[in-house]
Write a protein that binds this ligand. Structure first.
Ligand code: HOZ
Length: 430
């Protein structure tokens, strides 16, 4: 008897595709999704009681591992005080202060409930602030499922081969210019043609919906300079990379390479909620002051700044800010990526990988891709064999080759060694 299969059959009767977010359905890789019953530390257990080393980590938020004692205590205590008030709380101020302390480009921050809301609201704010309509995004970058941004996104959309979604009117995306990631000439050409009409450039600095592709320093530098020259805003979508690749997020790494580098706005999510529905957008004070109730750009939410979610996020940020946390996490992640890449190469399989902090990407390609077109040259069939081989050995990776992986502070040396050993067995059968 397979409880995962039974549950999947049952869920498909009432939930479209049996899932509440498409990539969970295993459509890209085939087979039965694992219905997770519980999770603790670096592990999760499915409905059959099978244990997995979890490298999805709720798609990024679980940077401390599941059920971290300090986070659990904070959530339990908050629950006793009430689930939701729809009124301001001291804790949301503390969380906002913690965010701006670590991300200096953010003078002010507004808390919302999902990464989609954060990206969508940042975009509206950029348009409201500049009084312009056109926006630039890059092929393969995913900024949530708001209409205007659902054009040539990676992730689940790439998996299903839809360049965009049905239900998005052509008129809504007519001002969305889609350029090639890491193409410096392309962004110059776009600003040459439309410079005075562009409200913002929105970009994932490390594109986690193309698995793991970094914006090169010259490319990020060109994005920044062109936005400044033409009066457009640079929005970094750090929903995935924020507080995940570094305590200061990916922008801190670019600031090391590009003197004075700062985005105008940032979208955050995932880690800042520690596993609860919480996200944020923020940036320069004069831009943020355009938001209602101070300014004319409307944005609101009943569950925004929810007291249980903010307790979870705050406890998570406090734990990851402890000295040495990110060094240890980065070292563990690198050990994983180096080990799996070596295992592939020893077996004569073309595999490469990259990582930063607790986020990683593995590609069944000889060289790291720089853009979506190059990511797409990867073989789905080979990835699926790798994915299922690993799953059969108790290693839970994202069920799509377009998704990044995540290591947590709870992954031990033994977990990494077991993962590399599993990869060796799988590659040997290629
Ligand atoms: N937005 C995630 C993919 N990058 C999917 C999240 C989920 O299915 O939970």
């Amino acid at each position: 008897m397979d409880r995962n299969l039974d549950l999947f059959e049952r869920s498909k009767r009432t939930i479209p595709g049996g899932v509440n977010s498409p990539v969970r359905a295993f459509k890209a890789v085939g087979g039965t999704p694992r219905f997770v019953q519980r999770a603790q530390g670096a592990y999760c257990w499915d409905a059959n009681g099978q244990r997995y080393i979890d490298y999805i980590g709720s798609w990024g938020p679980m940077i401390l591992g599941h059920g971290h004692p300090e986070v659990l205590a904070a959530v339990q205590s908050a629950l006793g005080e009430g689930f939701s008030f729809g009124a301001p709380t001291e804790r949301e101020v503390e969380l906002a202060e913690a965010i701006v302390e670590h991300v200096p480009s953010m003078d002010m921050v507004r808390l919302v409930s999902s990464g989609t809301e954060a990206g969508m609201s940042a975009l509206r704010l950029a348009r409201g602030y500049t009084g312009r309509n056109k926006i630039i995004k890059f092929e393969g970058c995913y900024h949530g499922h708001a209409d205007a941004l659902l054009v040539k996104a990676g992730s689940g959309l790439a998996t299903f081969g839809h360049p965009t979604s049905a239900g998005v009117p052509a008129d809504v995306v007519k001002d969305t210019l889609v350029l090639t990631y890491n193409d410096v000439e392309g962004i110059h050409a776009a600003f040459d043609q439309y410079g005075s009409e562009i409200a913002c450039v929105m970009i994932e600095p490390i594109a986690g919906n193309m698995n793991f592709v970094r914006a090169s320093v010259p490319f990020m530098s060109a994005c920044r300079e062109l936005c400044t020259q033409h009066g457009a805003l640079l929005i970094l979508d750090e929903v995935m990379s924020g507080f995940r690749v570094d305590l200061g997020s990916a922008q801190a790494l670019y600031a090391q390479a590009i003197p004075g580098f700062q985005p105008d706005l940032t979208a955050l999510g995932k880690v800042i909620g520690g596993g609860m529905p919480l996200a944020a957008f923020g940036g320069r004070r004069e831009v943020m002051e355009q938001l209602a109730p101070l300014g004319p750009v409307y944005q609101a939410g009943t569950l925004s700044g929810n007291p249980v979610a903010t307790a979870c996020g705050l406890a998570t940020l406090r734990a990851i800010a402890k000295p040495g946390f990110f060094d240890a996490l980065a070292a563990q992640t690198k050990r994983l990526v180096d080990g799996v890449v070596q295992a592939g190469r020893d077996a004569g399989v073309a595999v490469c990988g990259d990582c930063q902090g607790g986020m990683f990407g593995l590609f069944l390609l000889p060289e790291l891709p720089q853009n979506y077109g190059q990511v797409m040259t990867s073989s789905n069939e080979q990835f699926n064999r790798f994915f299922h081989g690993m799953l059969d050995r108790g290693i839970y990776l994202a069920p799509a080759l377009y998704e990044a992986g995540f290591v947590s502070g709870a992954h031990s040396d033994a977990d990494i060694d077991a993962t590399v050993a599993a990869a060796r067995e799988v590659f040997a059968s290629f």
